[in-house]
Design a protein. Structure first.
Length: 500
């Protein structure tokens, strides 16, 4: 299986090369040349297997240049009792009749990013070895809160790598920030960027595109790669959990052979929902992919109109990981629905860069609408969804999953569709203790308490244990203090790498 660039100006590469490079030098994203199909026989055989076995069957279809033993070592290194606090790895919980929550946050950093970032370091190390790479790999990450910590945790002290994370100074929750600032490890660097997530992500993409910078790094024996979902090695492990969710429902007799389900995903950079799209292309019967946005509703508008227009106000919300106006992975979807038309995709991306907008043709828009449905949710609605879900189902949502629950309710009432639905739950509610406490606790209990005290209070009130990775965060030593502007990101990388 080879991988091609979504902008068509770079030659096809192996999976190992795609993972090692992270992003294509022409600015495009690596995409598999074809999507393997799982037939009914294979799906039936997989239904009763463990999460790790399912992961093996899916991942090996895409990594034809990896041996079975290499793939197994990546899976066992990622999904084990040491890293995950639930042996089912991504358990499904029934919320209501026909509605299931898939909890994707049982990894070390309490967010769905662990599902991929516990594996990526293993994939990347093997990829570097397979491609005869001698250079040290420097991972650059832009984060709106969750990816950063998960990437730091995954790559800390991994031989042959360094990791640098940029987060928007005022754009993450207090707990997300503290998770990153207290990160230990000899190869980890963290810097706040004054600006929003798009500024940080654009800054990282600009560094990737700077050939002079790459040459300077190479002289120092180093090469760049990415741990964001622009890297194929990030997306691939995410396909697994959607296939697993469907097969779990099948194994439990909740869905029958070939019965369709809906998947609801709180969406920011479009990687998570794109993984569900790939699962559907692999043969998982999915009726609708429901794309749930917060007030940064650019994807809702795009899915409705075919116009992607980032010339709008960047909203700061209580679901900060989704505060994004440039959703990188939409590019991969456009590449797929246009039948791999790289020149058209490249032209749209050029328009986005130069004019801040692009408009797809009606055939492309209709192809997107064939499977995607979209809406968005305000902060007030997010809090209401948390409060109601707690009162009615004794289930505590985080602010991002609450966006998905609200949008799913809108979908149900607008379409009347009762298809069994899986809602991707992307983070532990304790990561956003401030807002979650505001939704479920009496106002007088909140007064004068910081986010860490609220986390403890929330745990006492709900009887739900705080995930180990979040406990006593406020007592850990703050190890990272760097701050820079978007323009100063390159210099910051240089200084971290001691090149200045
Ligand atoms: N929501 C993300 C933003 C980056 O997305 P990614 O999927 O490309 O890593 C975050 O939490 O950082």
């Amino acid at each position: 299986m080879k991988y091609e660039s979504s902008r068509g100006k770079y030659h096809s590469v192996t999976a190992a090369e795609a993972i090692k490079m992270g992003i294509s030098p022409d600015g495009g994203l690596f995409v598999p040349e074809s999507i393997p199909h799982l037939d009914d026989k294979q799906l039936t055989a997989m239904a009763s297997s463990s999460y790790q076995e399912k992961a093996f069957h899916i991942i090996r279809q895409f990594l034809s240049d990896f041996s079975d033993d290499e793939i197994k070592s990546c899976i066992n290194g990622a999904y084990n009792q040491k890293s995950f606090d639930n042996e089912r790895i991504a358990p499904l919980v029934k919320l209501d009749t026909g509605v299931y929550i898939q909890e994707l946050w049982h990894g070390p950093t309490a967010a769905f990013k662990d599902m991929a970032l516990q594996m990526l370091p293993h994939l990347l190390t093997i990829s570097a070895h397979k491609t005869g790479e001698k250079a040290e790999i420097v991972i650059l990450v832009a984060t709106s809160g969750d990816t950063g910590k998960a990437a730091l945790e995954g790559f800390k002290d991994v031989e042959g790598t360094k990791i640098i994370v940029f987060y928007p100074d005022e754009g993450v929750s207090e707990i997300q920030k503290r998770q990153m600032l207290t990160q230990e490890g000899n190869n980890v660097y963290v810097a706040a960027v004054s600006g929003n997530f798009d500024d940080a992500q654009n800054g990282v993409k600009r560094i990737f595109a700077n050939e002079e910078f790459a040459a300077r790094l190479l002289q120092n024996g180093q090469k760049l790669s990415s741990a964001n979902s622009i890297n194929w090695g990030r997306l691939l492990p995410q396909i697994v959990y959607y296939v697993a969710a469907y097969l779990d429902l099948k194994a439990a007799g909740i869905v029958e052979e070939a019965q369709s389900v809906n998947i609801v995903v709180p969406t920011g950079n479009f990687g998570n929902i794109l993984a569900a799209y790939y699962a559907s292309r692999m043969g998982i019967p999915i009726k609708r992919l429901i794309c749930a946005s917060n007030a940064n509703n650019i994807l809702t508008d795009f899915i409705h109109s075919g116009i992607y227009d980032r010339q709008r106000k960047f909203e700061k919300t209580i679901s900060p990981s989704m505060d994004i106006l440039i959703s990188s992975n939409l590019e991969r979807l456009l590449f797929e629905v246009t039948g791999h038309n790289a020149s058209r995709v490249a032209a749209w991306m050029e328009d986005l860069k130069d004019r801040g907008r692009y408009e797809v043709d009606a055939v492309t828009r209709d192809a997107v609408q064939d499977i995607f449905w979209a809406d968005f949710c305000s902060d007030e609605e997010t809090l209401t969804a948390i409060r109601q879900t707690w009162r009615e189902h004794s289930y505590l949502l985080d602010t991002h999953t609450a966006v998905a629950v609200n949008v799913y309710q809108k979908y149900r009432s607008e379409t009347g569709d009762n298809t069994i639905s899986i809602i991707a739950s992307t983070a532990s509610p304790f990561k956003f203790a401030n807002s979650v406490a505001q939704a479920v606790l009496e106002p007088e209990l909140l007064q004068g308490k910081d986010e860490f005290e609220l986390m403890n209070l929330l745990s006492q009130y709900t009887g739900i244990a705080i995930p180990v990775g979040l406990k006593e965060l406020d007592r850990r030593e703050i190890r990272h203090h760097s701050v820079c502007s978007q323009q100063g990101m390159e210099e910051m990388v240089m200084s971290f790498l001691q090149l200045v």
